[in-house]
Design a protein around this ligand. Structure first.
Ligand SMILES: Cc1cc2nc3c(=O)[nH]c(=O)nc-3n(C[C@H](O)[C@H](O)[C@H](O)COP(=O)(O)OP(=O)(O)OC[C@H]3O[C@@H](n4cnc5c(N)ncnc54)[C@H](O)[C@@H]3O)c2cc1C
Length: 376
């Protein structure tokens, strides 16, 4: 995949990281007429630890940038139920407005939308910052690259402009795998969530029938059980859910809950996980990434300075940070096996009690800037 090559060799914007945050920023910036270079160290599709659920918030953010038709086009699976299990107790909640979709398909499609809009994409290059002068940034991206603006969308692992994030001392680590031939008990259209003392595991069928498994564990639980696979098995057993025999290839992440010290500076902005992240139980990270990218793109057409940086901090607070509060509250309940057991038991008898939380998490976006022409 490659878009328009800029002949005068200085791009308006270089976007580092081609996950949802970077690809949507590149798409929305290119659609606004900016010359954009999108860069990623990976070649796509790449493996990404993720629960692969796009909630109503994510879908409305995609629609706002003109990519609302993309999940259905890729065969995303509508999700109608959530099955919660903890301490051998279970509760079933209705779910509306969410879909499951593999990151393989989703990320590649977003990059294609960016290149179709005119962005140039360069995969397989680990970007290093060389410096900045009056003309803009000098990057090493498998060769010299120049850009007036830099967008850091390098994700949780990114160290581009925030080498020293504030990591929560109680942060859990993420883990995930994809099961090719899953047990029939895990049905299409349902999100399964099992919580135990060492963490929680979420499972959902993807559009091609595989089972995506994503988890957050205490590091001590992984050390005690010996591996990510054993850690997941212990949580699933404790929750009373079917285990995943024979699944070997797990991938881990660094500690999840973190905040970047700064999300904007002279000539640069951070977006998506690179701007901060919290535990994923509520499946919101892609919504924050897309909503953040949609809010950032219009600012890339404005002159650099304090005003545009303040505008980005305000937009990030409104579209991302404000939405993270309910997720923090749920993560806190999940840390306490006792509270978690009480919650599942209560929901078993009174599923409607989850209504306000589910509605809050699925609340569509109010005012993400629209990208009108040429959407999907
Ligand atoms: C266990 C778990 C479950 C989750 N479940 C869900 C869910 O169900 N729903 C949901 O919405 N979200 C979920 N998330 C969150 C979601 O995966 C992330 O929030 C989302 O991927 C963030 O997108 P991003 O574009 O910011 O970063 P990423 O998708 O991580 O992309 C960053 C990219 O930057 C590239 N990169 C990094 N450094 C460099 C460099 N120096 N040079 C070039 N490229 C670089 C990487 O290769 C990568 O491709 C989950 C996360 C975890 C850990």
């Amino acid at each position: 995949m490659a878009g328009t090559v800029v002949s005068d060799a200085i791009y308006d914007v270089a976007v580092v990281g081609a996950g949802p945050a970077g690809a949507v920023t590149a798409y929305a910036a290119a659609t606004r007429g900016l010359s954009v270079l999108l860069l990623d160290k990976a070649t796509f599709p790449r493996r990404k630890v993720c629960g692969c659920c796009l909630n109503a918030h994510a879908l409305s953010a995609l629609a706002a940038v003109g990519l609302g038709g993309l999940p259905a086009k890729l065969g995303a699976v509508p999700l109608t139920r959530i099955e919660l299990a903890a301490n051998g107790r279970a509760a079933t909640l209705p779910q509306v407005g969410s879909v499951s979709l593999s990151r393989d398909a989703f990320d590649v499609a977003l990059i294609r939308a960016a290149t179709d809009a005119g962005a140039n994409f360069r995969p397989g290059v680990t970007v290093k910052l060389l410096g900045r002068d009056a003309g803009g940034w000098h990057l090493d991206a498998g060769g010299p690259v120049r850009a007036r603006r830099l967008v850091d969308a390098s994700g949780l692992n990114g160290r581009l402009l925030n080498p020293d994030p504030v990591v929560s001392p109680t942060a859990r680590i993420g883990a995930g795998t994809v099961v090719d031939h899953p047990a029939a008990e895990y049905a299409r259209g349902t999100i399964y969530l099992g919580a135990g003392r060492g963490g929680y595991v979420g499972l959902v069928r993807l559009e091609d029938g595989r089972l995506d498994v994503a988890a957050a564990f205490d590091a001590a639980h992984v050390r005690a059980t010996g591996s990510l696979a054993a850690a997941a098995e212990a949580v699933l057993r404790e929750a009373g859910m079917p285990t995943l025999p024979g699944v070997a290839e797990w991938k881990g992440t660094p500690p999840l809950t973190r905040r970047s010290r700064e999300i904007a500076g002279p000539g640069w902005f951070a977006v998506g996980d690179a701007a901060g992240y919290i535990e994923p139980f509520t499946g919101e990270g892609m919504a924050w990434a897309v909503a953040g990218a949609a809010s950032l793109a219009p600012l890339l057409t404005e002159a650099d300075g304090d005003a545009v940086r303040a505008a980005w901090r305000a937009a990030h607070r409104k579209h991302v940070v404000a939405r993270q509060y309910p997720c923090r509250a749920i993560a806190a309940v999940l840390r306490s096996p006792r509270l978690c057991g009480i919650a599942v038991r209560a929901l078993h008898y009174w599923p409607a009690a989850a209504g306000p939380v589910v509605r809050q998490l699925n609340r569509p976006l109010a005012a993400v800037p629209a990208v009108a022409p040429g959407g999907i």
